[in-house]
Write a protein that binds this ligand. Structure first.
Ligand code: ZN
Length: 104
C-alpha cells in the first residue's frame, strides 16, 4: 500500500474552485457561503474547518455543506470536530445547523 503525502501547509494556495462564487458543496451543489446573497437552502453560511481525521478520506478537495459531510462520515458533527481557528469563530451568518454542530 502506498501513501500519498498530504499537501504541505506552508505551501498552501487557494485552489481554483475557491474562485467559484458561493463555494458550492461538492456533493449537492448548494452554495456554502452567501456571496452577496443567501446560501442555497442552508439557512445561512456553512463555511467551516474540521480536523483532518473528520474530513472524508481521500483528501476531498472542495467544500461540503454540513449535511453532506455528516452523510459521508455517517454521524452528526460535534463541537470537538472543529479546531480552534478563525474560520470556526462564531458568526451571525452561520446556518443554525452549523452553529449547533460547532456549539458556538
Ligand atoms: Zn451538500
Amino acid at each position: 500500500m502506498t501513501q500519498t503525502p498530504g499537501p504541505d501547509p506552508g505551501d498552501w494556495r487557494p485552489p481554483p474552485h475557491w474562485q467559484i462564487p458561493g463555494l458550492p458543496c461538492h456533493d449537492c451543489g448548494r452554495r456554502t457561503t452567501a456571496d452577496g446573497g443567501l446560501a442555497d437552502g442552508l439557512g445561512g453560511r456553512e463555511f467551516y474547518v474540521v480536523h483532518d481525521d473528520v474530513w472524508p478520506i481521500g483528501g476531498l478537495d472542495g467544500f461540503l455543506c454540513v449535511e453532506c459531510l455528516e452523510c459521508r462520515i455517517g454521524r452528526r458533527l460535534v463541537p470537538g470536530d472543529f479546531p480552534d481557528v478563525p474560520a470556526n469563530a462564531p458568526n451571525p451568518a452561520d446556518s443554525p445547523r452549523l452553529r449547533a454542530a460547532k456549539g458556538r
